[in-house]
Design a protein around this ligand. Structure first.
Ligand code: RB5
Length: 146
C-alpha cells in the first residue's frame, strides 16, 4: 500500500500532520506538494498528484485543501479518480466500501488533526465491497468515458 499525498496552502499543515502519522505507522507515502505554506492553486496540485494514482504508482490518495471541496472537484476531473471529501467517519468508511473511492479529500480548515487521522485510518484500511456496488462504479466510469 502506497499513498499519494498533496495539499494547497489551506491543507498544508494538515498534510504535514498526516505525514507524521504515516511515518509513525510505517505506511509508505509520497508527498507531491505543496512543500511550503505559500499560496498555490489547488487544481494544479490535484492534477499532478492524481496522475500518480492513475498510473498505478500509488494505491490511494489523501488530498487536502482548506475545505477539501475544491481539491476534490479538481481531482474528480481526472479520469480514473473517485475522490470523496469527508469530514465524518461513516462517509470515509462507506466511500471505500460502496464507491471504491481512491482519494480522500480533507479540509484543513474544517477537520481537526485527531479526526483527520481517524478518517485517514478508516479510509486506507477499508476494502471495496464489490458486488452490486461494482456495477454502480462501472456506471460512473461509463459517464467518464462518454
Ligand atoms: C484557498 O484559500 C481555499 O480556497 C482552498 O484551500 C479550498 O478551500 C478550496 O476549495
Amino acid at each position: 500500500m502506497k499513498l499519494c499525498l498533496c495539499a494547497d496552502h489551506g491543507g498544508f499543515e494538515l498534510k504535514e500532520e498526516i505525514k507524521k502519522y504515516l511515518t509513525e505507522k510505517s505506511i509508505d507515502f509520497e508527498d507531491y506538494g505543496t512543500y511550503t505554506p505559500d499560496s498555490i492553486d489547488y487544481p494544479v496540485v490535484a492534477e499532478k498528484a492524481a496522475a500518480h494514482i492513475t498510473n498505478g504508482e500509488c494505491d490511494l490518495g489523501i488530498f487536502c485543501c482548506g475545505t477539501g471541496i475544491g481539491i476534490s472537484m479538481a481531482a474528480n476531473k481526472v479520469k480514473g479518480i473517485r475522490a470523496a471529501c469527508c469530514s465524518d467517519y461513516f462517509s470515509a468508511k462507506f466511500t471505500r466500501l460502496h464507491n471504491d473511492a481512491n482519494v480522500l479529500c480533507l479540509g484543513g480548515r474544517v477537520v481537526g488533526v485527531g479526526l483527520a487521522l481517524e478518517l485517514v485510518d478508516v479510509f486506507i484500511n477499508t476494502e471495496f465491497e464489490g458486488g452490486r456496488h461494482q456495477r454502480r462504479v462501472d456506471l460512473i466510469t461509463a459517464i467518464e468515458n462518454k
